[in-house]
Design a protein around this ligand. Structure first.
Ligand code: GUN
Ligand code: ZN
Length: 440
């Protein structure tokens, strides 16, 4: 039995924070302790109270004055797009055809897939992200490589092989039957193995034939505990093309609805241009709209209506994500900084507490994983990020004027990046420092 006792300023959320004065929404300990045993948090609270529960051989790691939070969660990201992040000058459909599809064709090679999976998860850890909902390429071996790498690291992930059988080059196409068979095999091999979860992943309505959409619906009926992830209503040209391909549909959301793909475990990237009818359908089914601010700005797609979705009579569940490589940063801090600006352009504000809730408990709830991650509660998985609010000279100087926790979090979000991530624990193991030592 290995025990580790972390000491630092601990912060975790209990529910959505209504305002910067809503102190009942979070738990903060100025001198906090987290006792970790076999990958789990077994005690959390004031350091003095937690320390007395530790066994004789406990290893104590003092992270004071840094903040300890639940590891960040990225609810939508593309593993095979690491080589094309920061590709110039295109809107969604051109960007897919010019950069994305050719790049993803390289993942036919299993060794390439394993190399990128390794580099991808290294990068996630460097950025403080401990759980992702990830898209692999169309190739079954790319998902195998990703799950193998995540499993080796004991990282909790949701992932799936993309299903796509039309409107893309030959090298990234499957067929309705092969996508069904490959997905079935991947579910059998990986879903529920260690911390791995499978997501049925039809890329979007444009690249799936009606036959393949039927297959995706069948997979969800056969495995109702699985997640489903896809893209919805990102860009006007995409919406118009979808309408042409599915002329019978009421709107874009209706296409997914028709094939039985809406539901509490269904994650829809973007959702920028939804009508009220579509928003109602999302709400009534408990479907999740995934906010990808850096991507939406970079591709010029539009402004996600975060506060409208939250505040409407029928609210929509929301997650936040990087969407790399349409997204321009691997960091959830950078992502929520851009998210703040998108929300400001919509005439609203997102409080620092709400931002950090979203990156942790909010995303865990949206992914239906809040019994495991996104919290520091005893009994949950020991995925923890250690944040340094004085990581750069500019941040150190700004901290001289910071008086409240909310101000400190806002500084971390506005100026922070991988340099503010001091350490990351994945299932109780110090993953960032170990990785850096191995690289040195
Ligand atoms: N729509 C379909 N595929 C993609 C993708 O890879 N990235 C983004 N941003 N939108 C998509
Ligand atoms: Zn995406």
């Amino acid at each position: 039995m290995t025990e580790t006792l972390l000491r630092g300023r601990t912060l975790s959320f209990l529910r959505w924070p209504d305002s910067v004065d809503d102190h009942a929404a979070y738990r903060y300990e100025e001198d906090g302790g987290l006792l970790l045993r076999d990958g789990t948090i077994v005690a959390a609270g004031p350091y003095a109270e937690v320390a007395v529960q530790a066994g004789a051989g406990v290893q104590v790691i003092d992270h004071r004055p840094h903040l300890l939070l639940p590891g960040f969660i990225d609810a939508h990201v593309h593993v095979p797009q690491m080589h094309i992040i920061a590709s110039y000058g295109a809107e969604l459909l051109d960007w897919l055809n010019t950069y994305t599809f050719p790049e993803e064709s390289h993942f036919r090679d299993a060794q390439h897939g394993r190399r990128i999976a390794r580099l991808f998860l290294d990068e996630m850890v460097r950025q403080g992200t401990t759980t992702v909902a990830a898209y692999c390429s169309v190739h079954r071996q790319s998902a195998e490589a990703f799950f193998a790498e995540a499993h080796d690291r004991n990282m909790l992930t949701i992932a799936g092989k993309v299903m796509m059988d039309r409107n893309a080059p030959e090298g990234v196409l499957d067929t309705p039957q092969s996508s069904y068979d490959d997905t079935k095999a991947l579910i059998a091999e990986w879903h529920g193995r260690g911390r791995q979860h499978y997501a049925v992943t039809p890329r979007f309505a444009i690249t799936s034939s009606p036959e393949q959409m039927e297959m995706a619906g069948a997979l969800m009926r056969e495995h109702p505990d699985l997640h489903m992830q896809t893209h919805l209503s990102e860009n006007h040209a995409e919406i118009a093309f979808t309408q042409q391909l599915y002329p019978w549909s009421k709107d874009y959301t209706d296409v997914y609805e028709h094939y039985g793909l809406l539901g509490k475990r269904s994650l829809f990237g973007h959702c920028i241009h939804l009508s009220e009818r579509e928003a109602d359908a999302m709400s009534e089914t408990g479907s999740v709209a995934v906010f990808c601010p850096t991507s939406n700005l970079f591709l010029g797609s539009g402004l996600f209506d975060y506060q409208r979705f939250r505040q409407r009579e029928k609210p929509i569940r929301i997650a936040a994500a990087t969407d790399v490589g349409g997204g321009t940063s691997y960091s959830m801090l950078r992502t929520m900084d851009e998210g703040y600006k998108v929300i400001a352009l919509n005439g609203e504000k997102l409080t620092p507490f709400a931002s950090f809730w979203q990156m942790t408990l909010g995303n865990a709830q949206a992914l239906s994983l809040d019994d495991k991650v996104g919290t520091l509660d005893a009994g949950t998985d020991a995925d923890i990020v250690v944040l340094d609010s004085r990581a750069t000279p500019g941040m150190r100087l700004r901290m001289e004027r910071v008086e409240t926790l909310a101000e400190e979090l806002f500084l971390l979000q506005t100026m922070g990046d991988d340099r503010a991530i001091r350490e990351v624990y994945v299932a109780g193991r110090p993953a960032k420092s170990t990785m850096e030592l191995a690289a040195a």
